[in-house]
Design a protein around this ligand. Sequence first.
Ligand SMILES: [Zn+2]
Length: 344
Amino acid sequence: MLAELEKLQNEALAAIPLADSDQALEALHIEYLGRKGRLRKIMGELASLPADQKPAAGRLANQVKQRIQSALAERTNERGRTALTPAPPLDITVPGTGRKPGTIHPITQANDELVEVFARLGFETAHGPEIEDEYHNFEALNMPPDHPSRDSFDTFYIGGPGEDSGLLLRSHTSPVQVRVMETQSPPIRIVVPVKVFRPDTVDASHFPMFHQLEGLYVEEGASFADLKAVLGMAMQATFGGFDQHIHTRFRLSFFPFTEPSAEVDVSCPFCSGGGCSVCGQDGWIEILGAGMVDPEVFRHVGYDPERYTGFAFGVGIDRIAMLKLGISDIRLFYENDARFLAQF
Ligand SMILES: [Zn+2]
């Protein structure tokens, strides 16, 4: 009888791993372990064995039953795993996914156009760090710690609560001109097209991050007339066509780092100054801030203000892009909506 049990076990363990369907496994279960199965049949003979052989035969019968059960369970698991991870069918007739060609972001387009206009006027491009120290962002630009003009530039400081690292995200482009003047002697003729940061409340025309282009021109004898000439030509190239003359208008203003300072308007290129919705029926659009560099700024970088004069100007790149492309909400630039960006 022991030999019969061994034979049964060997046959079952050989057949189970070959079962390739649920039905085949079920059939094996019935054949070996079922109520009328082969194991039951052998065990039926247990009663007729001599008493001293019964315990050993009973133990072996139980072991055989357990081994067959676990072999069946293992094979069932194995088949389940295979069913869950079928090899991906390959359909070579499905069209490819393809990639849409990108477009240049409207801010970058406006940036590149402005840089090119000023390059034609002899201005090189300069860059500087986005994380600035307070000295370059404020003090070197004639904005001492308690000066009220710092309020409107109060920006994002770097560091934990209560920690004063003296570092901040630059709030304007002017720290770059300081860095250039610290390392170069006049004549200087640069534009600085960069990203700046201010804690502005977000609305259609304000965003905490935006782009500015600043220009700096320093040499012996530079005058306000040079400033007006350079900005007049640059605005004509930026907004004017062959048949449209762009006028500029200078209004007195204040900036801590220039003296005298001016807000610069251009005649509206959309209505030629007649009045429309873009210029608010005014005929003029405010575009630039400009002025002659304050002698105090030259002293900070070691230039002799008796010998050198210069002018600086700043323009919002986002604003230029909005005007030229007819976009009324600055937030659209930063939402990464491909449907918007693909139009330009
Ligand atoms: Zn207009």
